[in-house]
Design a protein around this ligand. Sequence first.
Ligand code: 5GP
Length: 204
Amino acid sequence: MSKKGLPIIISAPSGTGKTTTCKRLIERLPNLKIATSHTTRKIREGESEGIDYYFVSQEEFEAKREKNDFLEWAQVHTEYYGTSFESIEKHRQKGFDILLELDVQGVGSLRKMDFEGIYILILPPSIEEMTKRLKKRGTETEESIERRIKTGKEEIKSYKNYDYVITNFEVEETVESILAIVRAEKSSVSRYVPTSEDIKEILD
Ligand code: 5GP
């Protein structure tokens, strides 16, 4: 009678505060685990292998893709990103909820296959603010910043593919909003699972 883990899918244009938001969410929800993606992009300072991503070569990524190891994959900016079935199943089988950080293409793929989950888009208050945050982060070249802003604008256009849109004015407030959404969604009638044999008997 245990509940199946619930996927929570989060997207956000680069420089919107998604990484910080997701870290805080994990701290607040002990039942939530991140599905670690594979990527061909270079590791950034402060990131760790197997925690932030599995950092792989283009060849390794292609080999996994050929083997159908990915639930979804996409080319974002100039690099490849993919969610392996294994990264989800290893947590799901233990009943954990899973956090998937995907770009809009990944969300499009999951929607097409009717992948069940809560789809949340986090947006910056403005493009100006997003640009400021990207420059302040100092991890990207000028060219990469330009590209991320362009992609960000395209991402904003796809907001109707999500169930919820949250503007990140302040990270704590954003985290609280996501917590409220997750609590409400977990109480949805469609997700009710009887918690005892006697209740199950009444419903059967
Ligand atoms: P970053 O390089 O800044 O870590 O991520 C770039 C973009 O790739 C972000 O929008 C992030 O959400 C997205 N991303 C990360 N992992 C995956 C994945 O497994 N699949 C897809 N489709 N996008 C991903």
